[in-house]
Structure formats: C-alpha cells, structure tokens
Design a binder for this molecule. Structure first.
Ligand code: SF4
Length: 420
C-alpha cells in the first residue's frame, strides 16, 4: 500500500500561497500507522471513554453537554471518528468538534416545539426503486454501496440508512440494484453514495465501477465521499488507478471548513486531480462551523487553488437532532449576498436547499432586479450600480438549424422521468 508522504515539490508549490499545515499525530503514535487508512479505521473513536481519553490527553476534556450527548445521543445517530479527524479539533468550542461530537442539544432540538425533525428529510425511501437505489431525477440515480462512514457527521441527512451496519450489499441486493440500473436506459449518471463509498476496499470498488461501466447507457459516475477530509491517507495510487480506468468519474468531496484542508488533504486532492479525475466540493452551511462569509471564501479559494470547483453550499437539511446546527435561510442568503461579486464565479458555490420530502433542489440566488416590464428590466448590481437591460427589438425567433440533430437524445432524457 502506498503511504502519503509530503514531498519537497509539494511544499514548494503549495505552501507558497496558502498554509496547508500537516495534521501531526501525537508523538507517541507511529507515523507508519498514522498514514495507514486501515489503521485509521481500526483505531476509530466510538465510545465515550475513547473520546474522553483522546480529548483529555489534548487538554480539552468532554463537556457536560457532550457527556449527555454520549449517554443518550447514540439513540439518534452513532458516533465515530478517525483519530486523524479528531486530531484537527483545537479546543472545546471548535467548529470541527461541532461536526463530530454528539451533544445534549441533539436531544433538546428533537423536542423543540414547531421544529422540523425528519427521519428521512429527502424523502429517499419513497424514491427507493431497488434495494440500494434511490431514483429521483430523470437521468441520475444514487447507488448506496455501503452504509458505513469513517466519521458520523452530526448533521447527516441520511440517518435513516447510514450507520445501520449494512455495509456492502449482499449478492442478492447487489445484483437487483445492478439489474435496475441496466433496465433504466434513460439513466446517464450513477452517484455512488452511502455511507462513504471510499471506505470500501479497492477490490469492492473495482467490482462496482467495472460493473457500472459495462452498462452502455451510463455516461458519468460520481463518487460522493468525505474520506479526503477525514482520512486523506485513503487516496492511494492503487485506488486512483482503478478510478481512472473507469473514467469518466467525478469525485464529489465534502469539505466544510478551511482547517479541514491540511497538507495531507491538499496532497490527496492534488493526486486525484493529477490523475485526471475532476473534483467538486459540496459544503453544508452549519451554525458555529462555517456560517460566516470570511470562512466560506477562505474554504472556496483554497479549494479552487487546489483545482477543486466549489459546487454547492447547501442549506442544512432538517434531519433529526440538527436544529442547533442549522442556519436560518435568511442567514444563508445574507452570506451568499456578501460573497457575491467578491468571489469569482469559479470560486462561488451555489446556494441550494433540498425541498423536504423529495422535492428536489431549489436554487437560491440573490435578487438584483428592481422592476420589470415587457420592454426592459431594471437592476441594481452587487456593488450598487443601477442600469436597465432593454429587451432586443428582434421579434422573429430563429431556431438553430441543427437542433433536430439532438432532439432524439433530448426526448429520451425527458422521458426517463421516474413516476413515484
Ligand atoms: S460522511 Fe456523509 S453520509 Fe457519512 S455521516 Fe457524514 S454526512 Fe452522513
């Protein structure tokens, strides 16, 4: 297995602009173990006493709220983290700590009057069309290849499935899922999700990817993963070769905070991109974690520098026990508006809300329009410039002469719409 080594070239190139600092293990831990992803998974913290021991040794013990969260919170969602990710925590009131530690607020928030607490916020169960398949949109489907994650994020939207110890599908489920994907000829994309697909072994991933590649109508495969964030040592040469062999595959990462971009994570991303695998990042706006324009811009610019497109900035879903972690829609809009114009389009993530019960995504964009008529619209831009956009006088619409060349594939895509 290839281990992650921070090369001199990497330092020269990537510490010039931004300081991607290594996440150093405790001096008592062997670097060879620390840089092994299997070791990170085996040594994951799961129990209150393991967390207690870990954070006591760092000088910031468990809070009363966290202790209560452990004693009762596991009923809402399991607790687990890699030592690598826990080692990013710097103190008690820390953004990364809020992502990984259960607290009493999880339980309080469940009882808050009028608060929305959905076991399945995205209505995935009703769009489950085969054992591990969620098919909501016309041309793409989710394939839940494992329910296991190396870190159980407290805001997780898929608590109805994740952490149920179902791991890789059994043969019957696997074949039924593939049969479904084969039968839906309108499908163009499959998103490997879970759980975290990169917690599977290389052999399992090879099997899944090559089976999907044999399905002729599939064009794009996406892998949704938090492993580059919470266990970047997973990104080794063998894995990248497998992914590359099955191209085009997009890697959808899930960085939420600039401090998650350590030297190790930056190097992992660097290797992914160097293997020709496009990387897009989906962040979730979280109260006390990243709900400030300064933090979002810092994350986005660093990601872009590493050739990762900041793709989505999600409004946190109303998953059970997440009220204290959610921002209001107004606050999210204000953050987006503040960033607008200061961040390039390349660095700007799209603010989006997932309509509960499986309504799909609703884009949220700042409103710059002051008034409209048939002839013109009046705008005020991000920095106050006001101007009119006059509609073109042309009244004869000209269709591109070759549009029919693409009409058949367009109709097929629209007809692939799944009826719930
Ligand atoms: S990695 Fe994703 S699926 Fe797993 S717990 Fe975190 S948010 Fe949920």
């Amino acid at each position: 297995m290839t281990t992650l080594v921070l090369s001199a070239e990497f330092w020269e190139d990537y510490t010039m602009k931004f300081r991607f600092l290594p996440n150093n293990p405790e001096p008592t831990m062997s670097p060879a173990n620390w840089h092994s992803w299997n070791w990170q998974l085996r040594q994951s913290l799961k129990t209150k006493s393991q967390y207690q021991e870990f954070f006591d040794s760092k000088g910031y013990p468990l809070t009363e709220s966290e202790i209560k969260g452990f004693d009762q919170g596991q009923k809402i969602f399991q607790v687990r983290t890699t030592p690598y990710y826990a080692n990013l925590v710097q103190g008690v009131d820390d953004p990364i700590r809020r992502i990984l530690m259960p607290t009493q607020q999880e339980l309080f928030s469940k009882d808050e009057q009028g608060a929305q607490h959905l076991h399945d916020p995205l209505g995935e169960k009703k769009n489950q069309t085969a054992p591990r398949i969620i098919h909501r949109y016309s041309d793409r489907a989710l394939f839940l290849v494992t329910d296991f994650c190396s870190v159980y994020c407290r805001y997780c939207t898929r608590k109805h499935f994740t952490a149920q110890d179902e791991v890789f599908p059994n043969e019957k489920e696997y074949e039924a899922s593939l049969a479904y994907l084969r039968s839906k000829t309108g499908l163009r994309e499959v998103i490997l999700s879970g759980g975290d697909p990169l917690t599977l072994s290389n052999a399992q991933l090879q099997r899944v990817l090559s089976d999907l590649r044999k399905i002729e109508h599939l064009e794009i495969i996406r892998i949704g993963t938090r492993m580059p964030v919470v266990c970047p040592m997973r990104i080794d040469e063998d894995l990248l070769k497998i992914i590359r062999q099955n191209k085009p595959v997009f890697m959808m990462t899930h960085f939420n905070h600039p401090r998650e971009l350590t030297a190790e994570a930056a190097m992992a991303i660097e290797s992914i991109v160097d293997h020709g695998i496009p990387v897009m990042n989906q962040m979730v706006l979280l109260n006390g974690v990243n709900n400030h324009a300064a933090i979002v811009q810092a994350l986005s610019r660093r990601l872009l520098y590493l050739r990762v497109k900041p793709y989505y900035m999600f409004q946190c879903d109303p998953s059970e026990g997440t009220n204290h972690l959610r921002t209001s829609i107004e606050e999210s809009e204000a953050i987006q508006k503040e960033l607008w114009g200061h961040l390039s389009g390349l660095a700007m993530p799209n603010l989006s809300i997932d309509i509960p019960e499986g309504g799909g995504k609703a884009a949220i964009v700042p409103n710059f329009e002051l008034s409209r008529s048939t002839q013109q619209r009046k705008y005020r831009g991000w920095d106050g410039v006001q101007a009119d956009y006059i509609n073109p006088a042309t009244t004869v619409k000209v269709l591109p002469r070759d549009w029919e060349h693409y009409a058949v594939e367009w109709s097929a895509l629209k007809e692939a719409k799944v009826k719930p």
